[in-house]
Design a protein. Structure first.
Length: 70
């Protein structure tokens, strides 16, 4: 509930973003980890002929591309 109140107050009184470098670095790092894991999952999916591993890899790749888009 308190997060919702704080978010509403920030909508009414917006402030400029501060120190976005750390957040951006964490986001890019997480995307790179997801990309690496997705590639490993695709290789394992081919090796074991697993549609489940392939689907999970594609899901992670979707997360990577969505993060890169914004």
């Amino acid at each position: 509930m308190s997060i919702g109140i704080a978010a509403f107050e920030r909508l009414l009184n917006p402030k400029p973003l501060e120190q976005i470098g750390v957040g951006l670095a964490v986001s890019v790092s997480a995307s790179l980890v997801n990309l690496f894991v997705a590639i490993l999952l695709l290789k394992a999916a081919r090796k074991y002929s697993s549609i489940t591993l392939e689907a999970n890899a594609h899901h992670l790749l979707t997360d990577v591309w969505t993060s890169a888009e914004y």
